[in-house]
Design a protein around this ligand. Structure first.
Ligand SMILES: [Zn+2]
Length: 247
């Protein structure tokens, strides 16, 4: 895990503008001990990084590749801060942590890094995905969520259909009414989505760690100081599943 003496450098990506050579030049100047929050997947580039910084923390996230979360009205869910990025129709959509395909893709990403001996541990950006969607006003109502929620409640219910039957036509209306405790089962639904985050990481751990020696996942990092093209930061690492397991 992170030591007080570590020097962390985030090299989010390399491309024709922010080249691997430029990143390496920066690394030679800074002598980082860890490359964190990096979406670089080119094994040759990573191997060169690790000649300078021995620890490479690979990053997984909720939008690459795009996922299958679905809004109350049936559209794919895009984070508010991603709506302006890219062309319409090409924007990255959120995963749903109840969707087995979305889980499988992240497990495959992690196991590939582990099998290649590249990553010592992983960062999962926007790790509390299903709760985060709820917090930015676009809770997931996909078929997987509806099925899992009914299973958790132990009753036969399609919660989206149920809410529509009570006159709700949009998530905004649901969330406004929820502020006044006027949405049946809403507290249960919130707790269900909290537990979804825990289940997702437990399932991910169970699958990914069969091919150790990866160490674990951490949540997002904090406290940034800018540098041209990349970020140098003080990292705060913690295990989201451990936090959620206490709830
Ligand atoms: Zn869902």
């Amino acid at each position: 895990m992170l030591k007080n003496s570590d020097i962390c450098l985030s090299v989010r990506s390399v491309d024709k503008d922010k080249t691997a050579e430029a990143a390496l030049s920066l690394m030679r100047a800074l002598h980082p001990t860890r490359i964190e929050w990096s979406y670089v997947s080119d094994r040759e580039v990573i191997a060169r990084f690790r000649e300078i910084a021995p620890v490479f923390v690979a990053t997984l996230n909720t939008i690459f590749p795009s996922g299958h979360a679905q809004s109350f009205t049936g559209e794919p869910i895009i984070a508010p801060w991603m709506i302006g990025l890219g062309r319409p129709g090409e924007r990255r959509t959120y995963i749903c942590q109840n969707n087995p395909d979305d889980l499988r893709i992240r497990i495959d990403q992690a196991t590939s890094f582990i099998a290649d001996g590249i990553a010592d541990c992983f960062q999962f950006d926007d790790w509390y995905c299903n709760m985060q969607m709820l917090e930015f006003g676009k809770p997931c109502f996909c078929d997987h969520c509806m099925r899992e929620f009914a299973t958790e409640l132990g009753i036969s219910i399609d919660y989206r259909r149920y809410l529509r039957g009570r006159g709700f036509t949009h998530a905004v209306e649901v969330l406004r009414a929820a502020e006044h405790e006027a949405v049946p089962l809403w507290d249960d639904y919130r707790r269900f989505q909290q537990r979804t985050v825990t289940r997702f990481f437990r399932a991910k751990d169970a699958h990914s760690w069969r091919s150790r020696p990866a160490r674990g996942f951490c949540g997002c990092t904090v406290s940034f100081a800018g540098s041209p093209g990349w970020k140098i930061f003080v990292s705060s690492t913690w295990r989201p599943n451990a936090v959620y397991a206490r709830r």
